[in-house]
Each structure stands twice: as C-alpha cells, then as structure tokens.
Design a protein around this ligand. Structure first.
Ligand SMILES: C[S@@+](CC[C@H](N)C(=O)[O-])C[C@H]1O[C@@H](n2cnc3c(N)ncnc32)[C@H](O)[C@@H]1O
Length: 246
C-alpha cells in the first residue's frame, strides 16, 4: 500500500502510467498518441446523435466505443491539477467498501485501491471498453485484487457501501434524482458520498450528452436536499461530500 502523498505525486507525474496503458491497450503508436488525445473532446461530441437518441444510456453502451477513453484521458492529463484535487478529496473520506459509479478510465478507483484505508473498490461503469481498460490498468498497477468490475450496482451484490464516489457522471444520466435515491439506499448513517455535476451542454454544444432539462435538474436538487446533508470540507468546492439525513 502507498501513502496518500505518494499516490498524488504519482498521479501528477504520469497519471498512473496512463499514456503507456493507452498505447498498449488500444495498440496506438507513440507518434499517434498526441493526435489521438488532441481531438478527443470534439470527436466525442460529434458522435452524439442529438434528439435522435431515445435512450440516454445507449450513447455509452452502443456509440462511444473507445472514444470516451480518449476524451477522459485527454481531460485527466490536461486538467491534472483539478483531478488531483478530486483525489485529495476522496483521500479525506474514502474508507472500507467503496463504490465508484461511472468510473471512466479508473483514476479514482485505482487511487482508492492503492489506499490502506480502503478494503475494496467496486468499479461500476455501463461501458464495456471502460471496464476492460480499467481492469487491464489495475493488473498493470498491481491492485487488481482490491477491485471488482461491474456493469450495474446490483451486480456488485453489496447491500451497504462506506464510500460512494460519483464524479462527473450525474449529468450523463436520464434521471439523476433516481440515481442518488439508489445511492442513499446503499449507505448507512456513517457512509459518505462524493458528488459533482455539470448540467450544461457547453457554450458551443461541446457536451451534447449532458442533461440540462430544467425539470430534471430541479427534481435532482429537490431530492438531494431532501435526503442528504452536506459535510463541509476545505478542498474543492465544486465537489461535495454528503451523508444521509435519515
Ligand atoms: C464523464 S465520465 C466520468 C468518469 C469518471 N468518474 C471521472 O471522473 O473521470 C462518465 C462515465 O459514466 C459512465 N456512465 C454513463 N451512464 C452510466 C450508467 N447509467 N451507469 C454506469 N455508468 C454510466 C460512462 O460510461 C462514463 O465512463
């Protein structure tokens, strides 16, 4: 197990060997990697079919393929100070059984698996490629025994989590209010959930896959305030820590 400072330094230094994992997992030559990452954000946005998409989750299961890996990798590399702050935040709260819902390329799940305070991490992501990529990364980093990979929370077969990490995911769901209700059912009075959200499609529709419907967003905030109490932390104000009210 590594200490928190070492884990953060390793992320800031090489994002847990992300570039070499990408090249090997996706069979990309080093000379092609920068181009692959540079265009990732707009490539992902261009894939979105707009209103023609009837089921929001189809975008992640049927359409994105490995393009979401590219988008998330580019983001974690270019915004590494921001991501490092989210890691610092989860280091403050994470313990015992952790659920990482919508875990993406695995930065948070891998960092939690490296922590001595964490017993086991359940990485849940609807996208097969993301799950396979993070399983591959966990083996490369030697933390695979502390991780289980699932498509849904039910597949984890755990009735109570001590920590729930759900970062940059809620705006990707058709009904984020229902999702946090599900989270509250698998928390006890000592569990902590870390959430952030960005219910906005962007200045130039660069996030067409984000939900911004006013009614959906209002239902989310009403639900959040009715079932969760915020727990103060001084680290990163865009990401909030919550415990259950009852
Ligand atoms: C923007 S990424 C965030 C990834 C990661 N949490 C991070 O902070 O880098 C959103 C992730 O949520 C996943 N996702 C979308 N809908 C989901 C669902 N219904 N259940 C589980 N995962 C989902 C996507 O596959 C994607 O990996």
């Amino acid at each position: 197990m590594k200490n928190n400072k070492f884990i953060l330094e390793e992320f800031l230094d090489n994002a847990f060997n992300l570039k070499s994992h990408l090249m090997e997992f996706l069979s990309i030559k080093e000379s092609d990697l920068d181009g692959f990452l540079a265009n990732a954000k707009m490539n992902l946005a261009d894939l979105h079919p707009g209103d023609a998409l009837t089921d929001v989750s189809d975008f992640y299961t049927e359409i994105v393929g490995n393009r979401h890996i590219a988008d998330l990798a580019a983001w974690h590399i270019t915004s590494r100070d921001y991501i490092a702050d989210t890691l610092k935040l989860q280091q403050r709260f994470s313990r015992d059984l952790v659920l990482d819902f919508g875990g993406g390329i695995g930065t948070h799940a891998l960092a939690n698996a490296m922590s001595s305070k964490v017993e086991h991490v359940f990485f849940v992501d609807i996208n097969d490629t993301n799950r396979n990529f993070v399983e591959y990364r966990a083996k490369k980093l030697g933390v695979e025994k502390k991780l289980t990979f699932c498509k849904t929370i039910k597949d984890a077969q755990i009735s109570k989590f001590d920590t729930i990490v759900c970062l940059d995911v809620l705006e990707h769901l058709a009904d984020p209010a229902s999702q946090i209700e599900i989270f509250s059912e698998i928390m006890d009075s000592k569990s902590i959930a870390l959430f952030n959200w960005y219910f906005y499609k962007g200045e130039e529709n660069e996030y067409p896959f984000h939900i911004d419907d006013v009614q959906v967003v209002e239902k989310f905030f009403n639900t959040l305030q009715s079932i969760f109490l915020e727990v103060f932390h001084p680290i990163l104000i865009t990401t909030r820590a919550y415990k259950k009210i009852k």
